[in-house]
Ligand binder design. Structure first.
Ligand code: MG
Length: 311
């Protein structure tokens, strides 16, 4: 009888051994550092070939134009990702006719929000999701554009509906939809997500955009919408002068040198138990060498910060 009990106890210990001895997943895997890349000339990320060689482990890819979404290019992308051991976590959508020249022009031209282009852009967006599926990407992402402020208006609920339709479409492709922050305040974004009411709707939190667009203090917004954040852009910026905020751009700067407060940004993410990617976004594609060097610097900076805050 005693032998029998001893045997049961030993089997029990053996079964639990892997759990008792397992250490937590290393931060390098929990919070992979990545970059935004562009395969063709469209978008602000690093050129794809540079991005895969930069030493990151994950990537968001700006969607190539439709003519470049060929089988040959899909193979080229997948082969390069495999060769450099980079995981594609997201395809970033964009639409013909968008312009980021000024804040008022953004409101008129960007995303699915503008009514006059919404229908055709939704068709365009389906093509982006289908392309992301061919690459095995688990999510797609876009700037929705300026959501109408009156939450009781038909215009507001029309935008809610197009995002529901977008979520449902990408869901059928096995994807989630990430909204990039910046063009709404934290409370407005939270309300919007509740109104859309789709489980595969998440946030890609870009703290610099909150500053660039003058949409409120990013850390406060993050504290509000944190549970919906599944990816982040590590980008920094300085506020425009107070009287110009929301009318003229702030200035984008190297991550860790602007008004975001990068250490507090990561601490706030940690407090939500954030495990997702830390995607470096550096604009300045007019100076490709400086852009690439800034990305390399930010990789090292993020490694140190991640170690300090998450270990
Ligand atoms: Mg961004």
């Amino acid at each position: 009888m005693k032998k029998h009990l001893l045997l049961i106890a030993m089997i029990g210990v053996l079964c639990w051994l892997p759990y008792l001895t397992a250490t937590e997943t290393a931060p390098a895997e929990r919070l992979p550092i990545g970059v935004i890349a562009r395969f063709d000339d469209h978008g602000a990320g690093l050129p794809f070939d540079k991005a895969v060689q930069s030493g990151v482990s994950v990537m968001q890819l700006k969607v190539p134009i439709a003519a470049n979404r060929t089988e040959e290019n899909v193979k080229k992308i997948l082969d390069a990702l495999k060769k450099h051991n980079v995981q594609l976590v997201c395809v970033v959508s964009g639409f013909a006719g968008e312009s980021y020249r000024t804040i008022p022009i953004v409101k008129e031209t960007v995303g699915l929000a503008p009514e006059k282009t919404r229908k055709e852009r939704f068709e365009e967006f389906k093509g982006v999701s289908d392309f992301a599926k061919r690459l095995g990407a688990p999510s797609v992402q876009f700037h929705l554009g300026a959501v109408p402020h009156d939450t009781k208006s038909k215009e507001y609920w029309d935008v809610v509906q197009i995002v529901r339709d977008s979520c449902d479409y990408v869901f059928a492709n096995g994807q989630s939809l990430n909204l990039e922050t910046g063009q709404e305040t934290g409370p407005a974004l939270l309300q919007f997500i509740h109104d859309v009411n789709r489980l595969n709707l998440h946030i890609n939190f870009d703290p610099a955009n909150m500053i660039l667009y003058g949409c409120g203090e990013p850390i406060e917004a993050l504290q509000l919408v944190g549970p919906f954040v599944r990816s982040t852009h590590c980008k920094d910026a300085r506020w425009a002068e107070p009287e110009l905020q929301g009318k003229e751009w702030g200035q984008e700067v190297l991550f860790g040198t602007g008004d975001v407060n990068a250490p507090l940004f990561l601490e706030t993410l940690r407090n939500f138990g954030y495990n997702g990617p830390l995607i470096i976004e550096r604009e300045n594609r007019e100076h490709p060498e400086a852009q690439y060097n800034d990305v390399l610097k930010t990789i090292e900076y993020l490694k140190q910060l991640r170690k300090k805050i998450f270990e």
